[in-house]
Design a protein around this ligand. Structure first.
Ligand code: NAP
Length: 307
């Protein structure tokens, strides 16, 4: 693979940044990878495991001379980070991000980007419930979509160069505007996370079912909810605070559907339930056919040994 950027600065060194570092190194996409994270503990860990060529103690030092800067911090931290690095960005450089919300990030970051620097937001649709500099792995983005959100009038060469980097890390590329991105993600990621958080919270509150029963008899549906509900609390707090409108819109629709299903159960309307579940089953088939999940039993997990 050919080198695409000379010096890539990763600001924030968690799951996404560490996976990017491994994936870029594996494919030889960057001449040099440097980084910065807020806490000295994370910077120390990153140094110990050799995550970057150099880990700096400030974001401003890290971005100096970088032709690509990627903001890999929680959405709520983007504004402050962009304000700090704005004045020291190299002319002709590209600033991108990996935030799960796009309109709020564009509003927070764009005002700090000086003339002559390209700002091209992006969002890789890949993640796990783990966080921190040790959680990354090179394969995270393979066959996963990375949505690029070029602002109006963005430089085509700079957009294509960023797309080439993501393709080199194994991702599939799609472009859309920030509003549409936020609505699509509210449906496919943000609201499902909120529902998972709620269901795990309900099980936790239900005192007639003990904690040990919840864990011992954890069936596939609930177990999958707990995995999602174990995701990083800071990241998800910021997602909901910053994708308010789209999430509330989808939640409103969700609540209406839930009431309709509740009524069907109360009235014994099996036809309604059957028709509904038949429709939803075909969505699952579509996801598998698009190569975005496996149809292996139990989501392809190795079976758990019987006690
Ligand atoms: P993470 O593992 O929790 O890492 C976040 C990193 O950001 C940490 O290194 C943290 O440093 C650093 N950070 C926090 N505030 C900072 C600040 N003010 N200045 C500098 N660094 C700061 O998070 P992640 O999962 O990689 O997520 C990063 C971004 O990717 C988020 O915007 C998230 O929305 C997006 N994203 C996440 C996923 C996912 O599933 N996880 C998927 C796609 C996109 P310390 O460790 O020192 O606190």
């Amino acid at each position: 693979m050919t080198q695409i950027y000379d010096r890539v600065a990763l600001i924030g060194l968690g799951l996404i940044a560490s996976s990017m570092s491994h994936a870029m190194r594996r494919a030889g996409l960057a001449g040099e990878i440097v980084g910065y994270a807020k806490s000295s503990e994370t910077r120390q860990t990153a140094r110990e495991i050799g995550l970057c060529d150099v880990v700096y103690d400030t974001a401003a030092e890290a971005v100096e001379g970088a032709d690509l800067v990627v903001l890999c911090v929680p959405v709520g931290a983007m504004d402050a980070v962009a304000a700090e690095i704005g004045p020291v960005l190299m002319a002709g450089a590209t600033v991108s991000d990996v935030g799960s919300v796009k309109r709020a990030v564009v509003e927070a970051v764009a005002p700090h980007i000086p003339e002559g620097v390209h700002f091209i937001p992006a969002h890789p649709l890949a993640g796990t419930e783990h966080s921190g500099p040790r959680s990354g792995f090179a394969e995270l983005f393979e066959n996963r979509y990375c949505i690029i959100v070029p602002p109006e009038g963005a430089d085509r060469t700079a957009v294509d160069r960023l797309a080439a980097l993501w393709r080199g890390m194994g991702a599939l590329i799609e472009e859309m505007d920030a509003e549409h991105h936020d609505l699509v993600l509210a449906v496919t990621s943000h609201t499902p996370h909120l529902i998972a958080y709620t269901m795990v919270g309900v099980a936790d509150d239900l005192s007639r079912v003990t904690d040990s029963e919840v864990i011992k008899f954890s069936a596939a549906g609930f177990r999958d909810f707990t995995r999602i509900a174990a995701s990083d609390p800071v990241m998800w707090r910021d997602v909901f605070l910053n994708n308010k409108e789209a999430t509330l819109e989808i939640l409103g629709r969700f609540t209406e559907e839930l009431f309709a299903l509740q009524r069907a159960i109360r009235q014994g309307d099996g036809d309604h339930l059957h028709a509904y579940f038949t429709r939803t089953r075909s969505i699952r088939r579509g996801i598998i056919e698009a190569g975005q999940d496996t149809d292996a039993p139990n989501f392809g997990r190795a079976s758990v040994k019987k006690q």
